[in-house]
Design a binder for this molecule. Structure first.
Ligand SMILES: C[C@H](O)[C@H](O)[C@@H](O)C(=O)CO
Ligand SMILES: [Mn+2]
Length: 431
């Protein structure tokens, strides 16, 4: 039997088995095919960007590892992304940070414009990839003391407000060019290492700065603004201005998209449980699917219980049209293309698993108070032949199934990545 007929036989058996519990596999695959994950550019170069100012990563962000082959310029990053996309089934978006513009000469953050992202817009059009965007409030002298939009100095606040306004215009131009709204996500590192004497004033300043950034009304068919909270960072252990409560209130009152990053809460707190609550009050969510190990360490996403729970919540609540799935992890200790492939494939696998649940039956059992059967069926679901469906999906999407993608990355590593000369120094940069 050839490997492709073995795969089809396994798939046919799996379809029968899912059918026997009332699950339509073809319908699940059709829904999965429509989901575009926003793949983050910063896994490819350890959040360095292309400003080339010599500024080190800061503001509580830290990348560890020294694996060779980091992308050093836009061409290399695009080539690495193309390799990763070719190994991920479906058609996916790219999430760019503002520091990834193409600058011939130094351009201040408050002066960046769409011209610096034209190369990305054209590349994306050629690839059939849609873009999302983020202002970059880190790795800059005006962020070195840990404050940006909530800075006590109005001159520094103005600088960062101008950056936010510039980024919204860039995001709108991207959205217009691609005929799909560009999600523009605002995350700022502002906070104190030690106990503040005044928790209120910085929060008032942050709210005011955001209001000034969002004063210009934008076309929702071109760009959407999202806001991302954080519990703590390196250097902001005691107090983060943009806490969950801050942004929850901000998003509700200003009708913004709320971003939930899986690493930005207490270690035992999960974002899967926040989806149904927050969606009662905000129009849409952006997720930063990530994996914290003991802290917001941004490890590559694995098939964890929480990843499965996130996807189950999205499917069980019928939220696929209100939740934007983005990724946020960066690991410089392994092949970076593989990091993208592993994390994105896992995200899609978990979503497919959720789509293959007998949702109606589980919810009916719950309504009837039959919690024994609910638990039993949830557990039985874990040994259903999910792998055969996933492999078939990959094969029919024209990407390698199972472990077969690994040799494509190994070839790329030996022919391309290993020829990149710069060895990236082991970095543990902190704010
Ligand atoms: C690059 C960052 O990870 C990103 O902008 C932000 O989403 C974050 O999660 C900061 O901790
Ligand atoms: Mn994030």
């Amino acid at each position: 039997m050839t490997s492709s007929s073995r795969l089809e036989t396994a798939y046919a058996l799996a379809v029968e088995q899912y059918q026997s519990v009332g699950v339509d596999v073809e319908a699940a695959l059709a829904r999965l095919r429509d989901v575009s994950v926003s793949v983050h550019c910063w896994q490819g170069d350890d959040v360095a960007g292309f400003e080339n100012t010599g500024q080190t990563l800061g503001s509580g962000l830290a990348v560890t590892g020294n694996y060779p082959g980091r992308a050093r310029n836009p061409e290399e990053l695009r080539s690495d992304l193309e390799k990763a996309y070719a190994l991920i089934p479906g058609s996916h978006r790219l999430n760019l940070h503002a520091i990834y513009g193409e600058f011939d000469e130094p351009v201040e953050r408050n002066e960046i414009g769409v011209e610096h992202f034209q190369g990305w817009i054209e590349w994306a059009r050629g690839q059939g990839v849609q873009l999302d965007f983020n202002p970059s409030y880190f790795s800059h002298p005006n962020a070195d003391d840990g404050f940006t939009l909530a800075h006590p100095d109005s001159g520094i606040r103005d600088f960062w407000i101008e950056h936010g306004i510039a980024c919204r215009r860039i995001a709108a131009a991207m959205g217009k060019a691609q005929d799909s709204p560009c999600m523009n996500n605002f995350w700022v590192p502002d906070g104190y290492k030690d106990l503040p004497a005044d928790r209120t004033a910085p929060r008032k300043r942050l709210a005011d700065s955001l209001d000034r950034i969002f004063a210009e009304s934008m076309n929702a068919s071109e760009t959407l603004d999202s806001v991302e909270c954080k519990l703590f960072g390196i250097g902001s252990e005691s107090y983060v201005v943009g806490s969950h409560e801050f942004y929850m209130g901000y998003a509700i009152t200003r009708n913004k998209v709320l971003c939930l990053d899986a690493g930005h809460f207490h270690p035992t707190e999960v974002i899967s449980d926040k989806i149904s609550s927050t969606l009662l009050y905000v129009p849409e969510l952006l997720l930063h699917v990530s994996r914290g190990v003991r802290w917001d360490s941004d490890h590559v996403v694995t098939m964890s219980d929480e990843l499965q729970a996130i996807m189950q919540e999205i499917v069980r609540g019928d939220y696929l049209n209100r939740v934007h799935i983005g990724l946020d992890f960066f690991d410089a200790s392994i092949n970076r293309v593989s990091a993208w492939v592993i994390g994105t494939r896992n995200t899609l696998k978990a979503l497919l698993m959720a789509l293959l649940e007998p949702r109606d039956e589980l919810q009916r059992l719950e309504q009837e108070g039959d919690f024994t059967s609910r638990l039993a069926l949830m557990e039985e679901q874990k040994t259903m032949p999910f792998g055969a469906v996933w492999d078939y999906y990959c094969e029919t999407a024209g990407v390698p199934f199972g472990r077969n993608w690994m040799s494509a990355v190994a070839d790329y590593e030996s022919s391309v990545l290993s020829r990149r000369s710069e060895s990236h120094p082991e970095t543990v940069a902190t704010a």
